[in-house]
Design a protein around this ligand. Structure first.
Ligand SMILES: NC(=O)c1ccc[n+]([C@@H]2O[C@H](COP(=O)([O-])OP(=O)(O)OC[C@H]3O[C@@H](n4cnc5c(N)ncnc54)[C@H](O)[C@@H]3O)[C@@H](O)[C@H]2O)c1
Ligand SMILES: O=C(O)C(=O)C[C@]1(C(=O)O)C=C[C@@H](O)C=C1
Length: 365
């Protein structure tokens, strides 16, 4: 059965969802955004079937709406939903990184035709906008659902079915549990990454050679400091209570760590580092999911003659065998994505480093 899905906010996340949902014949995708350029990009690149700058118009025949604008904007869209004359059953979901304020706004929906099911795909990027959207962004990622009291098991299953081509792993959590845990493993690290960059910047003012010494370690730990500041201010604002608690905990942790450094507590320091390593090394990797996954590397390639050959040649020169090669997206004039599958974790890691060192933008999911 064909269903009409409206994606409100066609940026990195909304665009990536649209691209994955377009793979199913069942979904008719309407993109709504306040930005004309994003809509035009989506239309020209076949990311949506239709597009509009009117939320009301987009909703006319909708079965499903996914709010994918920044959190405060999505909350405003929930307010607008309350004012529109919706007479058909409508499932509304979102992708916001914080869930309590969204679910609170959704609890004010008075129209009983509307069922709200909160959502948050746990994958993303420091990039923004539809040009950075990728159909495979959520593959094997955890996708949190926070159903509202009014939603039923059946509606949750319908939403999962609409989202099935994201190939993510769904989990149901309460909004508070979600905000607490993502506060620790997603939001707080962004704050720390920015603070590390500020520290380096301060030192860089008096040590002009310092940026040249910022090698892999600094770049790895601070990649997310390059994210969209407005989006992250909004996330910190909506999760401010949890952020404040985490900051206090962190400050105490740093005070304790300073004692180990100042007093050369060798064994305590080794234990501290070892415990961190054990926990970090034991984190579930995205390829351990229910979906069979090989050792894949995604490579952004330009739509230019020879760009795929250049990738293949580079790997051949270093005697790395490719198990499978697949072009995920390649449209005229824009960057495409190549999925390379390898036989081992070692080959996967080596290829990613090799390609990165040769100027390719690579991702391991
Ligand atoms: N960036 C990530 O890594 C990530 C990951 C998971 C979830 N999220 C969540 O996804 C949401 C969107 O983030 P993004 O990274 O895609 O941002 P983005 O900046 O790439 O895209 C946001 C889009 O929303 C549009 N928009 C803004 N106000 C609007 C409105 N009132 N109506 C319709 N469209 C509007 C913008 O024009 C833009 O196209 C946020 O709520 C964020 O918390 C982000
Ligand atoms: O990979 C990144 O750049 C991200 O920050 C993605 C990330 C995260 O892992 O913290 C950021 C925000 C989200 O709500 C979900 C995922």
């Amino acid at each position: 059965m064909k269903r009409t899905v409206v994606i409100a906010g066609l940026g990195l996340i909304g665009g990536s969802l649209a691209k994955s949902m377009m793979k199913s014949e069942e979904n008719y995708i309407i993109g709504y955004d306040v930005n004309q350029d994003s809509l035009e990009f989506a239309r020209l690149n076949g990311i949506v079937h239709e597009s509009t700058t009117s939320f009301k118009e987009a909703l006319q025949n909708a079965d499903i709406v996914i709010l994918a604008a920044p959190i405060s904007e999505s909350i405003q869209l929930i307010g607008i939903l309350n004012e529109l004359p919706i007479s058909k059953e409508l499932i509304v979901s979102d992708v916001a990184s914080v869930k309590t304020s969204i679910i609170k706004a959704a609890s004010s929906l008075t129209n009983n035709k509307i069922t709200f099911i909160g959502g948050h795909p746990m994958a993303g990027s420091h990039k923004r906008g539809i040009s950075a959207a990728k159909a495979h962004l959520f593959e094997n990622a955890t996708y949190v659902l926070t159903p509202s009291v009014r939603s039923t098991e059946e509606k949750v299953e319908t939403l999962k079915d609409v989202l099935k081509n994201t190939r993510s792993k769904f989990v149901v959590l309460s909004p508070d549990e979600h905000d607490e845990m993502t506060g620790v493993v997603s939001h707080f690290p962004h704050l720390i990454a920015s603070s590390l960059v500020h520290q380096a910047k301060k030192w860089g003012d008096t040590h002009t050679y310092l940026p040249n010494l910022a090698a892999g370690g600094f770049r790895d730990i601070t990649r997310i400091a390059s994210s969209n500041p407005e989006l992250w201010q909004d996330i910190f604002y909506h999760n401010r209570e949890k952020m404040s608690v985490l900051l206090e905990e962190w400050i105490q942790e740093m005070i304790d760590l300073k004692v180990l450094v100042d007093n050369n507590k060798k064994n305590a320091m080794i234990t501290y580092l070892q415990n961190a390593k054990n926990y970090r090394d034991g984190l579930p990797s995205k390829d351990k999911g229910v979906i069979p996954s090989f050792y894949d590397v995604y490579v952004d390639i330009k739509d230019q003659t020879g760009s795929i050959a250049a990738v293949a040649q580079l790997l051949a020169e270093h005697r790395i065998s490719i198990k499978n090669i697949e072009i995920l997206e390649m449209r005229e004039g824009i960057t495409g994505v190549l999925r390379l599958s390898f036989y081992s974790k070692k080959a996967q890691t080596e290829s990613a480093i090799l390609l990165r060192n040769n100027g390719f933008d690579t991702t391991i999911l």
